[in-house]
Design a protein around this ligand. Structure first.
Ligand SMILES: *Cc1c(COP(=O)(O)O)cnc(C)c1O
Length: 741
């Protein structure tokens, strides 16, 4: 970065009569010009991260921070009469859905920060994840036209476009490069589909509706589109820089598949090697086996991708042939297995392709994203494969980049940390552990920092949502995608129990509290949408009740995204991480809260387990059934109605007793039935854990009375959060999978 030049040009910049978007584009372009080019990587081993999602968020502040000019930019703009916060008008680039996409963005940040050559490859969607609005408390989706603010952080590389062929059409893939700044400059390359109207559709939407054949085929086109463009580029570059002996390809390239969405890249890699470069199939397969690695992100059966062979054959016949061929090779290799095991590992059965099994077969390493999740992969989901491929499965507990999730979003806390332990931790995050020696000493100052961040959060919520919450409230937050397994509904019931308890006097001595929700539901996920509506109904009732509104409030923030998350994690006291044990692969929201000093109120699931292992169970609040408990409960036959006695029953009955209205669509009754009357009711064990959840929330509430000791708990979480920096995660991937040097 030519800092001096940037500063000089910025000082000269005329800001008069320019709107925010113009200024945003001019300042960003200036930074891009001064930043320099992507660091060359020829002759070295590079890692490539293929992902359908990159949930980048806002680039402006983060990039200026990475380039080391954020503070100066703020000052220069202030002198010119421009408040740097005006750029919050620029909306997020939400080219992802949730955790998996945000992880990809954090990984790129950490790799650049550590000076490792890791490059992202994905799709440049015209519209990102929808913008959420509420109408009568229900979610409505609006298109997210993120490019309307301009895209000054991307460079179009028209000279490097290439044609992607399907049986029925040709599409041009045009790369756009976003530099990722750090110790080196890495590349996030997103491909845009160009050509006919049909062709352009491929990069129009993130996750187009796939409930029809047409929708499914579009999804397959998308997955193939960026996989094929990436593979073609890597093979071509290899020939250009490293000669034509593909046996050496894995020396220079490793490809990490972020979940199964890019698994088509394996088949395409073999297709290009055999058709375009004339290698024999077994040779191509051997090279693929030394090149690819695969990350699994979920054990929910409905999320493990399978494709109808017919659909793939229709638009990509050669790919279908290769997958069938791969399944035969796999079967031969796995011949010693029993038939149940063979069935479990099958890549091709009953006319369907099993993409996770394909990935597991070819990948040199397969990793889960938290200790418990990896154990579940090894002992259950991929049990047979783990047996015949010992050493293939590894754990890589997720992380978050502490640059965005601490240094950018909580400048005040960082300054306090500096004053306590010096600034070395900023260069090497493990230095944060030094805080462990002085959490008592800095508790009071921490309370002041938390109060300031809470004040900004609550002010932001008041401006945005029109709901005013006093600064002295204890803030509980549950922000994440809306899904039944994440159990926002359980929090809703818990709030109702608190509300009724406050009204009838069974709960006394209660510290004023607010529950903050943020979540988008998949547009076609009816039950999740009903939960949003239910929580909004609870919010209007609770907030407008003069008997309780001084003690309890509820707010469901609209359009939760990365930028909102930056404010919420910094300003909250309690992080609600209450998924059904065994179902949240890792979670990364939990880590963001921890690093900003919120205590975790959660189940023994995903990375929560590692959080309390490191920060101490006494500094957090663990409740509910464990994986082992649930196994026993299932064996004994679970009857949720057994858990409806007393307060819980009253809370659950509000779904059907007329307390709240679903607007007449029957969706609250349907929620009720899913918990109590359907076959296998309450699949996610909401009622089983509700009672202990409420107890845990009340314990927190009571502990909060002693501000000092609560602050010590919170600071102990900060002090032990270094492990959850994605710098640690990336260092592990780099050493144990990618072997970058
Ligand atoms: C971190 C993050 C997530 C992931 O949250 P979980 O609680 O781990 O599910 C989802 N969405 C956004 C915007 C995030 O920043």
């Amino acid at each position: 970065m030519k800092k001096e030049q940037f500063i000089k040009e910025l000082q000269k910049l005329d800001v008069k009569n320019k709107d925010v978007i113009t200024l945003y584009n001019e300042i960003s372009s200036l930074a891009m010009q001064c930043a320099g080019d992507i660091t060359p990587t020829e002759g070295k081993r590079n890692a490539y991260y293929l992902s359908m999602e990159f949930l980048i968020g806002r680039s402006f502040y983060n990039n200026l921070m990475e380039l080391g000019v954020l503070a100066q930019t703020q000052k220069i703009l202030t002198d010119k009469g421009v408040d740097i916060n005006v750029f919050e008008e620029i909306e997020d680039a939400a080219l992802g859905n949730g955790g998996l996409g945000r992880l990809a963005a954090c990984f790129l940040d950490s790799a650049a920060g550590l000076g490792l050559p890791l490059h992202g490859y994905g799709i440049r969607y015209k519209y990102g994840l929808f913008k959420q609005a509420f109408k009568n408390g229900c979610q409505v989706e609006l298109p997210d036209d993120w490019q309307k603010f301009g895209d000054p952080w991307s460079i179009r590389r028209a000279g490097e476009k290439r044609v992607i062929k399907y049986a029925d059409m040709e599409v041009t893939a045009v790369p756009y490069d976003m530099p990722v700044f750090g110790k080196r400059i890495n590349r996030l390359r997103l491909f845009q589909a160009e050509g006919s109207e049909e062709a352009q559709k491929i990069s129009e939407y993130l996750y187009p509706a796939d409930d029809t054949e047409e929708g499914k085929i579009l999804r397959i086109r998308q997955e193939y589109f960026f996989s094929a463009a990436t593979v073609a580029e890597l093979l071509e570059n290899f020939v250009k820089h490293n000669g034509g002996d593909f046996n050496n390809f894995p020396e220079y390239n490793v490809i990490q598949l972020n979940d199964t969405h890019p698994v088509m890249a394996i088949a395409e890699f073999i297709r290009q090697l055999t058709s375009d470069y004339k290698l024999a199939f077994p040779d191509a397969l051997r090279i693929a086996k030394n090149t690819f690695a695969y990350t699994n992100h979920t054990v929910l059966p409905e999320a493990l991708e399978t494709w109808n062979e017919e659909y793939i054959r229709k638009i990509l016949p050669e790919i279908a042939d290769i997958i069938v061929e791969l399944s035969l090779y796999a079967k031969r290799e796995q011949a010693e297995c029993g038939s149940a095991e063979a069935e479990e590992m099958a890549i091709y059965k009953n006319g369907r392709f099993y993409m996770a099994n394909l990935a597991v077969y070819v990948a040199k390493k397969v990793n889960g994203v938290a200790k418990l999740h990896t154990e579940i992969l090894k002992s259950s989901t991929f049990k047979a494969a783990n047996k015949i491929y010992p050493g293939k499965f590894q754990n890589k507990t997720n992380g978050i980049t502490h640059r965005r999730w601490l240094e950018l979003c909580n400048v005040e806390l960082c300054e306090l940390i500096d004053s306590a332990i010096g600034t070395d931790w900023r260069g090497n995050i493990s230095g944060l552990e030094k805080l462990n020696g002085c959490t008592e000493k800095f508790a009071e100052q921490f309370t002041a920092v938390k109060a300031a961040k809470k004040h900004s959060l609550l002010k932001y919520i008041a401006d945005k949502e029109g709901i005013k919450i006093p600064d002295n409230f204890l803030v509980y937050a549950q922000v994440k995608r809306l899904h039944e397994y994440k159990r926002q509904l359980m929090t809703a019931f818990a709030i109702l129990e608190l509300y009724f308890g406050l009204k009838d006097g069974t709960i006394t001595d209660f510290q004023p509290s607010v529950f903050v929700f943020g979540a988008k539901s998949a547009p076609s996920y009816k039950r999740a949408k009903a939960i949003i509506k239910f929580i909004n109904e609870i919010a209007s009732k609770v907030n407008s009740d003069p008997e309780t509104s001084g003690l309890l409030r509820v707010v469901f923030v609209c359009n939760y995204n990365v930028s909102y998350a930056e404010k919420i994690v910094a300003g909250s006291d309690v992080s609600l991480q209450v998924s059904t044990a065994g179902l949240e692969a890792s979670g990364t929201g939990n880590m963001k809260f921890m690093m900003n000093g919120a205590v975790t109120c959660g189940t023994m699931d995903g990375a929560n387990i590692e959080i309390v292992e490191l920060a101490g169970r006494h500094n957090n609040y663990i409740f509910g059934a464990t994986v082992e408990d649930l196994t026993a409960v299932k064996e004994n036959g679970y009857n949720p109605a057994d858990y409806l006695k007393g307060a819980a029953g009253r809370a659950v009955e509000t779904l059907v007793d007329g307390t709240f209205s679903d607007g007449g669509d029957g969706s609250f009754k349907e929620l009720y039935d899913s918990l109590l009357t359907y076959k296998d009711p309450d699949n996610y064990f909401v009622l089983l854990d509700l009672n202990s959840y409420v107890k845990s929330l009340l314990q927190i509430n009571s502990d909060y009375k002693d501000k000092k000791s609560f602050a010590v708990k919170q600071l102990n979480n900060v002090a032990n959060s270094a492990y959850f920096s994605s710098d640690r995660t990336i260092a592990e991937y780099s050493r144990e999978i990618w072997e970058l040097y």
